[in-house]
Design a protein around this ligand. Structure first.
Ligand SMILES: *Cc1c(COP(=O)(O)O)cnc(C)c1O
Length: 375
């Protein structure tokens, strides 16, 4: 083909017929990169660098001219043994977002509904749209909690899956075991329930649901976990699901083969070998979280009861101004315009900067603003 001679003859790519609902979907927006002297608290990453033994495992898996084990056999066997299930009841994906996409595609297509609370994880709406299905969003409570009764009431003949996110990203609260068991008792067995526990390791509330304690009890329940947050492997993309084999087989059928690299599998196994050391780091983050929450509440913030590695500031209409103030203080967080700001618990050195920015913001919020508990 000849190159076009002038710009008026450039081919018009907008003529290509694409799915309208995809064209209307914004591409994924990552948390902003932080300036060199700022703290990146926008993606709930682990502030600790990988352990030396994990780096050794990464270096040792250097045969990258070969495809990985598509079945992630060693990692699945390891997780299965740890949780008392068979390897076929474990599924591994390139991050638990990839797993969510697979389960949604396995369960739902055009005309089908996927139900979840809102506000919740920002990836859910796009995954549902890509599957061709319809999102049904049930508002969370004023405390940022799931309203499971309202979610039950929203189940219809078209509902194919319900996503329960505990602790909920971005607000922080958990679903309790009691709430979850009542919910499971009422959900039809024909509806898949995806319990997204990306932050499970940060939970210290004994009343919180723990999906791994419910294995084998429900024919329609799948638990999702990830190595990205507590285990600090966000850059390697590995997550896992545990649940009934036929449902996992359906997800495996939708997966893009060979997405979980050998490097990621090796690093995940090396991390499981070093769980004690990694969980000691999680304890540090949990302690830091609790200190940050107390300090923010003392400043007058109404902070939802977070059990994760982030806090939620319900800044409402003031969100953009508040996010700008954080940036001026060297903190890059995740603003959700018109709603609030999610701030990850990061490096120890970030805490003072965060608290002085938050102090300034609360003093400049109109009195009577919902984010101000007092004043
Ligand atoms: C971070 C997160 C995930 C997992 O992300 P991956 O890196 O893809 O494993 C899943 N669910 C929620 C709610 C999250 O916040």
């Amino acid at each position: 083909m000849n190159a076009p001679e002038d710009s008026s003859r450039l081919p018009d790519a907008s003529l290509v017929r694409l799915r309208p609902e995809i064209l209307a979907t914004p591409p994924y927006r990552q948390g902003k990169p932080a300036a060199a002297d700022a703290f990146k608290l926008s993606s709930n990453e682990n502030p600790f660098p990988p352990l030396p033994g994990v780096l050794d495992a990464i270096a040792a898996s250097s045969n990258v001219n070969r495809y990985p084990d598509a079945a992630a056999t060693a990692l699945r066997e390891r997780l299965a043994a740890q949780h008392g299930v068979t390897p076929n009841e474990v599924h591994v994906g390139s991050g638990s977002v990839a797993l969510l996409a697979q389960f949604i595609q396995a369960a739902a297509g055009p005309g089908d509904e996927i139900l979840y609370t809102w506000r919740s994880f920002e990836a859910y709406p796009g995954l549902v749209t890509v599957a061709g299905a319809t999102s049904v969003q049930v508002p969370d409570t004023a405390e940022g909690r799931h309203d499971l009764d309202a979610m039950l009431a929203a189940i219809t003949d078209r509902t194919r899956a319900v996503i329960v996110c505990s602790p909920n990203n971005p607000t922080g609260p958990v679903v309790t075991t009691d709430e979850f068991l009542r919910f499971m008792a009422a959900v039809p067995d024909t509806v898949l329930v995806l319990l997204d526990e990306a932050y499970a390791e940060f939970v210290r509330d004994e009343s919180a649901v723990n999906g791994l304690a419910l294995l084998g009890r429900f024919p329609n329940l799948v638990i999702l976990r990830t190595f990205s947050k507590a285990y600090g492997l966000a850059g390697l993309r590995v997550g896992w699901a545990i649940g009934p084999e036929p449902i996992l087989d359906a997800a495996r059928a939708t997966a893009i083969p060979l997405s979980v690299t050998g490097v990621a599998q090796a690093a995940a196994i090396a991390s499981l070998d070093r769980s004690d050391e990694l969980m000691a780091r999680v304890d540090v983050i949990v302690e830091r979280r609790n200190a940050v929450v107390s300090a923010l509440r003392a400043q007058g913030w109404a902070i939802p009861e977070t059990q994760s590695n982030f806090v939620w500031l319900a800044t409402g209409e003031q969100t953009e101004a508040a996010a700008d103030t954080l940036v001026e203080h060297g903190i890059v967080a995740r603003p959700f315009v018109g709603s609030g700001i999610r701030i990850s618990i990061g490096e120890a050195e970030s805490v003072d900067k965060l608290l002085s920015a938050a102090e300034w913001i609360v003093q400049h919020l109109p009195s009577g603003h919902a984010a101000r508990a007092i004043g």
